[in-house]
Design a protein around this ligand. Structure first.
Ligand SMILES: NC(=O)c1ccc[n+]([C@@H]2O[C@H](COP(=O)([O-])OP(=O)(O)OC[C@H]3O[C@@H](n4cnc5c(N)ncnc54)[C@H](O)[C@@H]3O)[C@@H](O)[C@H]2O)c1
Length: 217
C-alpha cells in the first residue's frame, strides 16, 4: 500500500485526485491538505509516502520542499512554479520529485508528435486555451511543448469559459499547414497519469523527472 497525501485537496484537481486514490486498491489516502480544510501540508507529511500537489504557482515549491525535507516523495501537477528551486530542493533529498506539466496521455503524445514535426517543418506556433480561473500563462503544457520543439515557438494564450484545457500546435511550410490538436473534455483525463506517477515516483532514476513520457515505457 502506498500512503498518499494530497495538497490542494479541496480544489478542482485535488478533489478528483483524492477520489482516484480512494478508488485504487494499492493506494491509501492518508491526508487532505488545503487552507479551505484547515489542514496544512506539514500536518499530513508524517503519514505519507507520496505528496501530490495541485495547488498554486506560488505555493507548490514550498510544499515540495517540505515533502522532500521530510523524506516524502512528491508528484507535482501545479504549473508555473520555479523549477530551479525544485532542482535545488531535490538534490540533497533521498525522496524523489516528479513534475507532470500535463498528466493526460493525449497531451503527452501531442508534445511528442509536435517535437518530431518541428524538426522537419519550417515554423510553428502554439495556441493554448484554458478556463478563466487558470492563474498562469502560458500553460505549463505549452511551455513544455515549446521547450521540446526545434526553433523559437511563440505561444498564444486564450482564457474563456467553457474550456478545460486545450492546445493546438500549428506548423507551417511551403503551401501547407499541419495542426496537432488536443482537447480535454474533463479532468478525469488526468487521473490515470497521476496514479501512474504516484506508483512510479519512488523508483525514478533522476530527480526531479519532468514529463509523463518518462514513465510510459
Ligand atoms: N499537470 C496537469 O496535468 C494539470 C491539469 C490541471 C490543472 N493543473 C494545475 O493544477 C493546479 C491546480 O488547479 P485547480 O484547477 O485544481 O486549482 P484550484 O484553484 O481549483 O485548486 C487549488 C487548491 O489549492 C489550495 N491551496 C492553496 N494554497 C495551498 C497550500 N499552501 N497548501 C495546500 N493547498 C493550497 C486552494 O485552497 C485550492 O483549494 C494549477 O496550477 C493548474 O494549472 C495541472
Amino acid at each position: 500500500m502506498i500512503r498518499v497525501a494530497v495538497a490542494g485537496a479541496a480544489g478542482r484537481m485535488g478533489q478528483m485526485v483524492c477520489a482516484a486514490v480512494d478508488g485504487a486498491d494499492d493506494l491509501t489516502l492518508t491526508g487532505r491538505a488545503d487552507p479551505v480544510l484547515d489542514t496544512a501540508v506539514a500536518d499530513v507529511l508524517a503519514d505519507a509516502d507520496v505528496l501530490v500537489d495541485f495547488t498554486r504557482p506560488d505555493t507548490a515549491l514550498d510544499n515540495a520542499r517540505a515533502a522532500l525535507a521530510a523524506g516524502v516523495h512528491v508528484v507535482i501537477g501545479t504549473s508555473g512554479f520555479d523549477m530551479d528551486g525544485l532542482r535545488e530542493a531535490a538534490r540533497p533529498s533521498q525522496a524523489k520529485a516528479f513534475f507532470g506539466p500535463n498528466f493526460a496521455i493525449g497531451a503527452v503524445l501531442m508534445m511528442k508528435f509536435a517535437a518530431e514535426a518541428s524538426r522537419i517543418m519550417e515554423r510553428a506556433e502554439i495556441v493554448e486555451l484554458h478556463h478563466p480561473s487558470k492563474l498562469d500563462a502560458p500553460s505549463g503544457t505549452a511551455a513544455r511543448t515549446a521547450e521540446l520543439m526545434a526553433g523559437d515557438v511563440p505561444i498564444h494564450s486564450v482564457r474563456l469559459p467553457g474550456i478545460v484545457a486545450d492546445q493546438e500546435v500549428v506548423l507551417g511550410d511551403v503551401g501547407q499547414t499541419l495542426t496537432i490538436s488536443h482537447r480535454t473534455i474533463d479532468r478525469t483525463s488526468f487521473m490515470p497519469g497521476v496514479l501512474l506517477a504516484i506508483r512510479r515516483v519512488a523508483d525514478l532514476p533522476e530527480s526531479p523527472t519532468v514529463g509523463l513520457e518518462h514513465l510510459l515505457d
